[in-house]
Design a protein around this ligand. Structure first.
Ligand code: CTP
Length: 404
């Protein structure tokens, strides 16, 4: 493959020669495009030596082979890896800004596989604008690699460290190697909902729940790994997926999730609704911050949100599979079966809050998958990623027959 490594100005640029060497050793042709800040951290000579190619840095460099080098490079490459990707280059990519050689090249490679390896201080990584830009890039089909958590150059510890060169090289192979065997869900499209919903009370408060979005995102990843395209409608969550087969739609409230899910479902073969949707929202939004009242009691009137799962169940075609979740605290089987019946589901995944290690926030889960024919499969306590694989396998890859 012809691979461009785009280097922006972060300390992690010192790891890029190792990445270039790995890619070259794997048989790829590599060309480096660096920002001028990147060359403060890694020298042009080093990059030139490991790649065996000139380094492209300035748009109007007299040494450029072509006057429109960014277009020539776009035509040449099969994939682009931006490593390290600073908040600045991520922002430019998300906003479509081209003001130097790298950002201009990145504007032209929409039809190529693009990988972004963020590297920055934890506070910068958690910044809302950066997270919004990351979501925009993922929605546009860019694949995120990392960042890892650990010791950072600024002396702190946290998320923001660039993924290791080996992990970046592996991700490129995993995403770009030609598929020899057809994946089991290739050609299918699946809708997934994930995360909590936030129902605004006033500009600073909301009604929400403790859902982390881990289970839903793990399900989206498992479906994508099985070859299907995924429409992931996610409420507020920090969980991120790295598959290019996943189109991420971020929403905040139950009604926004409802709008998207009902619009996307007719074009899907299946849906797995793992979101913890708020059943009620404040009757009216208070536009100014609600002040402390004299009275000891404050009453908020809540109105019912639409039930997304039940709505999809009502419009479900025979060729569509619908899977819901049931989070129960007592009389679990009875409540789950009743929910499956009421919402016209093919499967319901029962989560009992009585099981240690299962439920919100934790990395593990233990579920019982119930089919509408009455059959059940229970998993032991496993990582949420493994539970997700089993749900996808049981409900979508090797589906049960309708009759027991
Ligand atoms: N769900 C949904 N829309 C809602 C409420 C729930 O799509 N407004 C979906 C969830 O994503 C989950 C399933 O319905 O797949 C079960 O959610 P749960 O809250 O357990 O069920 P409810 O129907 O709200 O029943 P209850 O709260 O009474 O247990």
């Amino acid at each position: 493959m012809n691979v461009i490594v785009g280097i922006s100005g972060g300390i992690a640029a010192y790891k890029v020669p190792a990445l270039v060497r790995l890619l070259c050793d794997a048989g790829h042709a590599v060309r480096c495009v660096a920002t001028s800040h990147a060359l403060e951290f890694v020298t042009r000579t080093t990059l030139q030596t490991v790649s065996g190619q000139r380094v492209y840095c300035a748009l109007f460099d007299t040494g450029n082979e072509y006057s429109t080098e960014h277009i020539a490079l776009k035509d040449w490459c099969d994939a682009v890896i931006v490593a390290p990707a600073t908040a600045n280059i991520i922002g430019k990519m998300a906003c479509g800004i081209g003001d130097d050689a790298l950002s201009t090249l990145l504007l032209s490679v929409q039809d190529k596989r693009v990988f972004v390896c963020p590297a920055m201080n934890t506070a910068m990584w958690c910044n809302k604008a950066v997270q919004r830009n990351i979501s925009l890039l993922q929605t546009a089909g860019v694949t995120l690699i990392g960042p890892d958590s650990g010791h950072l150059a600024c002396g702190t510890t946290g998320a923001g460290r660039m993924a290791q060169p080996e992990a970046i090289a592996d991700a490129l192979e995993a995403h770009c190697s030609p598929v020899t065997d057809k994946l089991p869900l290739e050609g299918k499209k699946v809708l997934v909902t994930a995360g909590p919903t936030y129902e605004r009370i006033d500009p600073v408060r909301y009604i929400g729940n403790f859902s982390s979005g881990k289970m839903g995102v793990a399900i989206a990843d498992a479906i994508a790994a099985a070859g299907a395209e995924v429409e992931l409608v996610a409420g507020p969550t920090h969980e991120r997926s790295t598959s290019a087969r996943i189109t991420l739609h971020t929403v905040e409230s139950a009604r926004q999730m409802y709008e998207l899910a009902t619009r996307l479902f007719p074009g899907c073969d299946a849906a797995i609704l793992a979101a913890a949707v708020a059943d009620y929202r404040p009757e009216s939004y208070i536009p100014e911050k609600l002040k402390r009242q004299d009275s000891e009691v404050l009453t908020l009137r809540l109105v019912r949100n639409p039930d997304i799962l039940a709505t999809l169940g009502g419009s479900k075609r025979d060729d569509q599979t619908l899977v819901g979740f049931a989070l129960e605290t007592n009389d679990e089987m009875r409540h789950a079966r009743e929910k499956m019946e009421r919402k016209n589901l093919d499967y319901i995944v029962l989560n009992s809050l009585r099981d240690d290690g299962a439920g919100f926030g934790v990395d593990t889960n233990k579920v019982t998958i119930i089919h509408r024919n009455g059959s059940t499969v229970a998993t032991p306590l496993l990582s949420k990623r493994e539970v997700a694989r089993r749900i996808v396998d049981h409900c979508l890859i090797t589906p049960q027959k309708t009759a027991p």
